[in-house]
Design a protein around this ligand. Structure first.
Ligand code: NAD
Ligand code: UD1
Length: 337
């Protein structure tokens, strides 16, 4: 298939482009590079030996998206083009709602005009709010407490409403848990701008000496060791889940919702120790007060994706720790060479 990957130069997008190309699909990327570098796409082409057609456009701009659909035959769309920093979304709600919701609307609008009806959407476990664990696809969604999370809920609703009146549409809402890791080559990976908010990029920067010590946000949660528990998933497993979902959309119409996680919770300290062991390094850390807005523990019920997509996360926490460090070690400045 010929797939338009919106936001394909980013962390999850670049790994998905690689897996799509390796599975024999053709890839067209639309990305305004607001949180990424074109270098990621150059490396994906290098790794696969296959070309990517790149449009440096903002997918909230209808005319720019329309031009892509006029110039290219497209069979389906994967939409990664979102802003994703939770704290920033609280400070800049208009920018977040505009970017993340209008991008979804614009893609729907142009797709409909061109008779393209397969849509894979990057949603997040954040849509479950503080539900009971494990999170199951059938749960009623709860408030997410920040604009970022609300943009995911809104986009899911928009796509569900569109599919309800367009009988030929098939939509996959993929709820990611916590993606970490990198391609095993260490050529592509996560390249956060500024000080990382997420745990793994912070850990790798402490390992490289770029940051002094990790701050562990709270050790008084009702969890295995008091620190927060998450369902970390290797980005390559996640990327493969997208290709399986896309193939499923060729067989089924309507809205399909899948958790993409491992089904296992890992605490902050368990992750830190696994990282130390996998890479033979020490990560100095301090226990600090809880971070506002954090949930104690969540992980996926990942059985639906296994049952219906034949997809199951295969890589271990050790693989994730090794590959994250391999990427950071080889690219201490990210894609800035
Ligand atoms: P990322 O920032 O690395 O990738 C997003 C890409 O989209 C970037 O290349 C950015 O330049 C591009 N982009 C953003 N707005 C755009 C626009 N209007 N037009 C064109 N390009 C635009 O983030 P990621 O980690 O790869 O996440 C991809 C998607 O998955 C996002 O929608 C994010 O919300 C969602 N998600 C991520 C996580 C995570 O932990 N990384 C978890 C759950 C959901
Ligand atoms: C965060 C977002 C979430 C988003 C997800 C993936 C918040 C409140 N939530 O989730 O909406 O979907 O990223 O982008 O920002 N931790 C530390 N020290 C650090 C960093 C993190 O102890 O320096 C802890 C956190 O308290 C948490 C765990 O590590 O227990 C994972 O944190 P993080 O990687 O930020 O992911 P989430 O909190 O799950």
């Amino acid at each position: 298939m010929r797939i338009l990957v919106a936001g394909g130069a980013g962390y999850i997008g670049s790994h998905t482009c690689l897996v799509l190309l390796e599975a024999g699909h053709e890839v067209i990327v639309a990305d305004n590079l607001c949180n990424s570098k074109e270098e990621s796409l150059r490396r994906v082409q290098q790794l696969t030996g296959k070309p990517i057609l790149f449009y440096p456009v903002d997918v909230t701009e209808e005319a720019a998206v329309e031009k892509i659909f006029q110039e290219q035959h497209i069979d389906g769309v994967i939409h990664f083009a979102g802003l994703k920093a939770v704290g920033e979304s609280v400070e800049q709600p208009v920018r977040y709602y505009y970017n993340n919701v209008v991008s979804t609307l614009t893609l729907c609008k142009v797709m409909k005009r061109h008779g393209v009806n397969k849509f894979v959407f990057s949603s997040s476990a954040t849509v479950y709010g503080e539900n009971a664990i494990p999170f199951v696809e059938t749960m009623q969604l709860l408030p997410t407490t920040n604009p970022y999370g609300e943009t995911k809920v809104m986009s899911e609703r928009i796509l569900t409403d569109v599919a309800a009146v367009e009988p030929d549409w098939s939509v996959a809402l993929l709820r990611y848990f916590n993606p970490i890791g990198a391609h095993p080559s260490g050529r592509i990976g996560e390249d956060p701008q500024g000080i990382p908010n997420n745990l793994m990029p912070y850990v790798t920067q402490v390992a490289s000496g770029k940051r002094e010590r990790l701050r562990v946000w709270g050790n008084d949660y009702p969890t295995v060791d008091g620190t927060g528990v998450r369902d970390y998933i290797h980005v390559m497993d996640l990327a493969e889940g997208h290709v399986r979902a896309l193939e499923k959309l060729c067989e089924e119409k309507g809205v399909l919702v899948y958790n993409l996680g491992t089904g296992h919770g890992v605490s902050v300290l368990q992750l830190v120790h696994a990282f130390e062991k996998a890479n033979d390094l020490t990560i100095p850390y301090d226990i600090c007060p809880r971070r506002a807005g954090d949930i104690a523990e969540f992980y996926a019920d990942a059985s639906k994706a296994e049952r219906e997509l034949g997809w199951k996360a295969a890589r271990t926490i050790e693989d994730m720790c090794r590959d994250s460090w391999n990427w950071q070690r080889q690219n201490p400045q990210g894609y800035e060479v």
